[in-house]
Write a protein that binds this ligand. Structure first.
Ligand code: ZN
Length: 479
């Protein structure tokens, strides 16, 4: 590494020294976000937004493919509407933003800036669902929501964030539960196949479920520092909201029935996961399938005759097979190398006078730093293959890390030791009593992450109280 490169890299704190600072440095240096003028708000910059757009497009495509339609609902909710479902308002009241004035005039009824839109959809469904022929109603919206969080961090927790929220109404429980599972599977496949983030699928405990839901399904992923991150949730509501909002339909026998509902969402938080699963001390590492730019051409000695022409020619050729860009600015190649490493662009293509003479280029991988010479004529084959190799390697590496960071605890002492020494996911049996969940949270600041669909019996008794265990739970400290 040259002197200049070293100076550049020093702008990012090493993750081993201070993981939180490393995260903040990468978010800033990779030009993903800036802070907004109100504490806890963020400006998503072009590169950060391009990443979000790619994730959004992958999800949107799958949402539509499974028969859902996109809609746009208002951002204001009247207070009386939010209060219709008791658990729901209790869950969200501490963090809602209130609108009390319109201009100088005090409003007769306070408005909430949506923290989530269940009640708006329910109100609409109660007016627009009449018969079994109207079902299922499969709506989704891409929106920003506001939650007045006390401590905030870019992407992970901010006053305002972007997401999609699906809201569906079904004739039967079976149909609604299938939907709840289908959408969780959809999130899991986007995380694993596109973002190269392995996820655990399971159900939340009652303590951790969504306010107003009968149950919540979740995908959980593990960050580099051993903390967990809830990466997407899908909720089954049963008929609770339908009852509160009087959402009924006439079935085929002419009887009035309550609808069964679901909602599901994934947010810009997932970009935080992307950073903390794949990033390293040189910055961001973006998996090829979702990278806004998959390969960046950096011409070497570009002032020499013919170099730029050849580089542009190569760009135009490769654009047909991958998202390839070129940096032909007059900045030094070393600066460019660092810049695109910081931004996590999967492959750098170097091309200089010597390479042109030899009819070749250098492909440099962002994730491993490995370089290879490739003949120009082989690029149509090699470039896409290498992108797929990187994609797979990133997933495998993240999976190996998660496995290494997953431990079993049979006693509270073991639980504490593991959390202190390495963190990560802890598999431990649970009796099903919320008191034990509370005690674990109080003693270790660890929460139940999920009751995995794939159950095992690692011991006979609850890790906390020693009574007979009901199920295996994954625990951990979480973002
Ligand atoms: Zn117990």
């Amino acid at each position: 590494m040259g002197k200049k490169n070293k100076q550049f890299v020093e702008k990012v704190t090493a993750m081993e020294d201070d993981f939180a600072q490393w995260y903040t440095d990468v978010v800033k240096q990779a030009e993903l976000v800036d802070y907004g003028p109100v504490r806890g708000t963020m400006i998503i910059k072009p590169y950060g937004y391009a990443i979000w757009e790619n994730i959004r497009d992958e999800i949107d495509h799958r949402i539509k493919e499974t028969g859902h339609q996109n809609v746009s609902f208002p951002m204001f909710i009247p207070e009386s509407l939010l209060q219709k479902e008791k658990d729901h308002i209790e869950g969200f009241a501490p963090e809602v933003a209130w609108v009390t004035h319109g201009g100088e005039e005090e409003l007769q009824e306070r408005l909430v800036v949506r923290p989530t839109s269940e009640v708006l959809f329910c109100e609409y469904y109660s007016k627009n669902i009449h018969s079994y022929r109207d079902l299922p109603m499969l709506y989704n919206q891409w929106a920003n929501v506001v939650r007045w969080e006390k401590t905030t961090r870019p992407f992970l927790r901010s006053l305002e964030f972007h997401w999609q929220e699906g809201h569906t109404a079904h004739a039967t429980q079976e149909d609604a539960e299938q939907e709840t599972n289908r959408m969780l599977d959809m999130y899991a496949s986007v995380c694993e196949e596109i973002l190269a983030i392995p996820v655990l699928k399971g159900r939340k405990t009652d303590k951790e479920k969504f306010a107003g839901a009968e149950y919540t399904l979740t995908i959980e992923s593990l960050m580099h520092d051993g903390k967990a991150l809830q990466s997407g949730t899908s909720h089954y509501f049963g008929t609770g909201f339908a009852d509160a909002f009087d959402i009924r339909y006439l079935d085929k026998e002419g009887k009035q029935q309550l609808v069964h509902q679901t909602s599901w969402g994934i947010t810009t938080r997932i970009i935080g996961a992307l950073i903390m699963v794949h990033g390293d001390n040189r910055g961001l590492v973006v998996p090829p399938r979702m990278a806004p730019t998959q390969a960046m051409i950096v011409p070497i000695a570009q002032h020499k005759e013919g170099v730029l022409d050849k580089a542009y020619e190569l760009r135009d050729r490769l654009k047909k097979i991958a998202r390839v860009d070129i940096d032909a600015s007059d900045k030094m190649p070393g600066w460019k190398f660092n810049e695109y490493e910081m931004k996590g662009i999967p492959i750098r293509i170097e091309m200089g006078p010597k390479d042109i003479e030899n009819n070749q280029v250098v492909l440099a991988r962002r994730d491993t730093g490995e370089k290879e010479f490739v003949a120009l004529e082989d690029l149509e084959l090699r470039l896409p293959a290498l992108l797929e190799e990187i994609q797979k390697d990133l997933f495998d590496k993240a999976l190996a890390h998660r496995e290494e960071m997953t431990s079993v605890a049979k006693t509270m002492d073991e639980f504490g030791e593991i959390l202190e020494s390495k963190g990560g996911f802890i598999k431990a049996m649970w009796c099903g009593d919320e008191a034990c969940e509370d005690k674990i949270k109080e003693e270790f600041s660890a929460t139940s992450r999920c009751i995995p669909f794939e159950q095992e019996k690692v011991s006979e008794t609850c890790v906390c109280c020693g009574k007979p265990a009901k199920e295996l739970v994954y625990w951990g400290k979480a973002y």
